[in-house]
Design a protein. Sequence first.
Length: 319
Amino acid sequence: MQISIVIPLLNEEESLTELYNWIVSVMRSNSFSYEIIFIDDGSTDNSWKIIKQLYAEDPAVKGVKFNRNYGKSQALHVGFDKAEGDVVITMDADLQDNPEEIPELYSLIIKDNYDLISGWKKKRYDSLISKNLPSKLFNAVARKTSGLKLHDFNCGLKAYRKTVVKNIDVYGEMHRYIPVLAKNAGYSKINEKVVKHQARKYGRTKFGAERFINGFLDLITIWFLSKFGKRPMHLFGALGILMFFFGFLSAVWIGASKLYKLYHGLPNILVTDNPWFYISLTTMVLGSLLFLAGFLGELILRSSREKERYRISETTGQI
């Protein structure tokens, strides 16, 4: 059994050697077979130079360097693609995730037969206002929307069975919702483990307050895709038919009302002076457009092809 440790990073030159030594110490003390995959997400410091030095000293180290910053999701995507271990562990490179958690995470996957274990930083060393409170709100909404009873969706420390990472597609900024992606892919044995959180030792965080706004927008996206991603016509087509039918009935009512008044010699007004004329016209047009959107969505879904999402400028050895 081998463990693959996938570490996305951006400008973490101060922590890389210390993190590597810590991981190796844990791996060797537990007699684990392992590989460490560093994904340099377009660092502008000496991070890639350090990764190449570590690779030269230890063949268990592998490295991938993006030609620019593409984001954590893309880094995890390529890390999952390159991982060869039976259990895949993801962790951040800033030393806030504790490698001492790895043996228990490994045990939960192998011995307890879980598909995914998500870390829960129950006690955090982040700012209360800028991170803790927004994180609690974000996680509460994510639990309600996804149905997964996890306390910390965004924790970087997670463990996966190999089949999970090979069968989910992490794109955009969906790294926050990997447990949801796994659930939607049919992997139901998902749980969490309380893990140690450590104060940042070097540098500063690479994420600002906008990540929570993006997180909520991504949550809406993944909710929509999980329900209608494979059948857009079921949403847009149904809404389109309902709106068109409503507009059509309104138009029939307007016409019948006008004929009734003409037949009985009652005072009548122009059709265009009736506000219901514009309501019926608008709803029929919108209904037709929604139905067309659903139809086009179905065509795109059936003809879509994988597009390039990132470019790798360099790797260490044969990876």
